[in-house]
Design a protein around this ligand. Structure first.
Ligand SMILES: [Zn+2]
Length: 428
């Protein structure tokens, strides 16, 4: 038996309502119940001192773009997985806006094979809802589920035809996968690139109104009720979306929402110098929206944290604001930003709730067998130093891209070691 003992850490395992100072025993890649289960330790026992650290289930980021197949100049499954490990993540869920689009079992098989051959963390694919993400014809959702997708989504795109979306949700229900949706009404948003309000007027850039997100959040609430199936709204950015989700969840509708760190760390004020590293979709909003997101996190309306890690090469981002692609990288800064902002600065939530939002909440939604330290489960573990003060240095990132607005930010709290299946894949 290959044995690792992590000593004297604060074990926080929300799935089992556990929060105590303890040792964690790992044998042959699985969590052991106690020291007595260690049998015939083969080689030397690896001991890790976790004094002052949190021992958490391996974190899950259920919204990343790994850009393969098709855009390996931005990121690869291999580099994206290394960035994930360096951010404290043991499982990532990758989005389908690649070339070819995973709207068929063959492309899903390619992603899964590539990931198992080369990725140092678990990479779980999503399948497209519509063929080629065109929003016109459904992808073969049953075959995608058989091929092993954990969800379906057209992320980056949004199906505008409500009847088509209804059928997608009905098929997804039949095959037991959740639907993730990038909420954007194309008519309301038009060619908008920044939040419609003070900054769009000041900068003379086309506005992306809050209602452009809220109209589709509302649509998804109605379809979730109609089809009795879970729809998860991606990267929620507006106060109206939070209000709609809160009201629907109170009524028991199977709807949920996630938050990305940039939508609470920044406002549309940041765009004044036209730096395209502040161009994201949905856009950075005004302070009243940020406050509503914090409230939504505090009261549980928003239940999942993620990055929307969206790598782009320098030559793609270094163009005028209108023409630049949307998106920023996030895997290596998200945990630090959320710890710094939600736990330390704003005291929105405690650390065990933060871990819940990164482990058991996405695991339950996607029905995946990770996100806990239960005895016998796979030993995916993240060690976190919640007090460690550090400075973001994008030149040291593992991601293949550098499009982050957080370079040189001083943050408090980060992952210090990432363990996948009992093996350390990254440490500080
Ligand atoms: Zn999106």
């Amino acid at each position: 038996m290959n044995v690792t003992i992590i000593r004297n850490g604060r074990v926080i395992d929300p799935a089992n309502r556990r929060d105590e100072i303890a040792d964690l025993y790992i044998g042959d890649g699985k969590i052991l119940g106690s020291k007595s289960e260690i049998r015939n330790a083969k080689s030397e026992i690896e001991e890790i001192d976790a004094h002052g650290l949190i021992i958490a289930p391996g974190l899950i980021d259920m919204h990343v773009h790994l850009r393969e197949p098709g855009f390996s100049h931005k990121e690869t499954i291999e580099s994206g997985a290394r960035a994930a490990a360096a951010g404290g993540f043991t499982t990532v869920v990758c989005m389908p806006n690649t070339a070819p689009v995973p709207d068929n079992p063959g492309t899903i098989a390619w992603i899964r094979d590539r990931a198992s051959a080369i990725a140092c963390v678990n990479v779980l694919p999503t399948g497209a809802i519509s063929k080629n993400l065109a929003g016109e014809e459904l992808a073969p959702i049953g075959s995608l589920a058989q091929a092993g997708v954990v969800a379906i989504t057209d992320d980056g795109h949004c199906i505008q035809n409500h009847e088509l979306m209804r059928r997608a949700v009905e098929y997804a229900r039949m095959v037991g996968v959740p639907v993730l949706d990038h909420c954007q009404d194309y008519n309301l948003v038009g060619n908008g690139v920044v939040h419609e309000g003070h900054s769009s007027t000041l900068l003379g850039l086309p506005g992306w109104p809050a209602a452009g997100e809220e109209a589709i959040v509302m649509r998804n609430i109605l379809l979730s009720e109609l089809c009795d199936h879970h729809i998860h709204c991606q990267h929620i950015s507006t106060s109206g979306s939070v209000r709609l989700l809160r009201e629907a969840r109170d009524r028991g509708v199977k709807i949920s929402g996630e938050v990305c760190p940039h939508h609470i760390a920044l406002t549309d004020d940041a765009i004044q110098n036209f730096d395209t590293n502040y161009k994201v979709n949905p856009p950075l909003r005004s302070q009243n929206h940020v406050d509503a997101l914090l409230q939504g996190i505090a009261d549980g309306t928003l239940s999942i944290l993620c990055s929307d890690h969206a790598p782009h090469a320098d030559f793609e981002k270094e163009v005028e604001f209108d023409a630049a692609p949307f998106g920023i990288i996030g895997l290596e800064t998200e945990l630090g930003l959320f710890l710094d902002l939600l736990v330390h600065k704003h005291r929105t939530i405690g650390i065990s709730r933060l871990i819940d939002m990164y482990t058991v909440a996405p695991a339950r939604l996607l029905k995946i067998d990770v996100g806990t330290l239960s005895i016998g489960s796979c030993a995916d573990v993240t060690l976190i130093d919640p007090e460690l003060e550090w400075t973001v240095r994008i030149d040291q990132f593992h991601s293949a891209s550098r499009n982050s607005p957080f370079d040189k930010w001083n943050l408090k709290g980060r992952a210090v070691r990432t363990i996948v299946g009992g093996k350390t894949v990254w440490k500080l």
